[in-house]
Design a binder for this molecule. Sequence first.
Ligand code: MG
Length: 288
Amino acid sequence: MRYYTLKHKDVAHVAASKDGKRAYLLRAYKTMNVLLLKGHDGSIPPLSEALDLNDDSVEILSPIPHPRADVICLGINYSDHAKEAAGFDNEAFGKDRPDPIFFSKRVDYSQGTGNIIPMHEDICDSLDYETELGVIIGKEAFRVKAEEAMDHIFGYTIINDVSARNLQTRHKQWYFGKSLDGFTPMGPCIVSKDEFDGIPELDIKTWVNGELRQSSNTKNLITGIPEIIEILSAGMTLSPGTIIATGTPSGVGMGMDPPCFLKDGDEVICEIEGIGRLVNKVMATESL
Ligand code: MG
């Protein structure tokens, strides 16, 4: 099942779709966070109203417009990106790290597909994209072993971990440079885990203005999804609605020679097999 947050006639709804074309409103759940807390068995209530996802009157929002907490992120979690990052040659990116790098990304409001990524050009001179598989927790996890970790996942989405590289390096910790307003586009939907066979091995790609920049597969994660949940939950309760961004493959703008950062008017498409496409345009903050 594919779960959406939709805006129709100025009202936001949670909706479920089997085919990604027609979505049925789940009126029992006011928000996606409520659905994640209560759980959902994948059934569509009889007589529920259906909306055409391609209709102009329907706006697809981020599946979780207001996350209950900051996004938990992994840094340098694809082997190819690790090689790329080793060339960045600055303290903030580090070199050999046997254990996963965790950091958090503050998100007050997550925008959906079709929304703008603001450039924050007054403080950011190096805006970059990172396409990532987002894991959505559906069942509280505390001291969960990797073998049982998949039971605690509700589903998956696409996150663009937008980054201001100059702030990331200037402030040493990545928190600020990852957390500016508009830096967490997410969507277009959450696909429930039963749509995938076990641990998902999905092609992950990014295009900027039609040019393919990132292309890998989630099987190349250094620390896999079950292990991420085991490590975190050993000391941290992961409650329903927790969002984990699992890291990005190589091909970010900072890794190019010379580096190639996002500019006003650029279109970024983040795609993950079986989930869909998250499409956002970059716009100078001054013009917003
Ligand atoms: Mg990232």
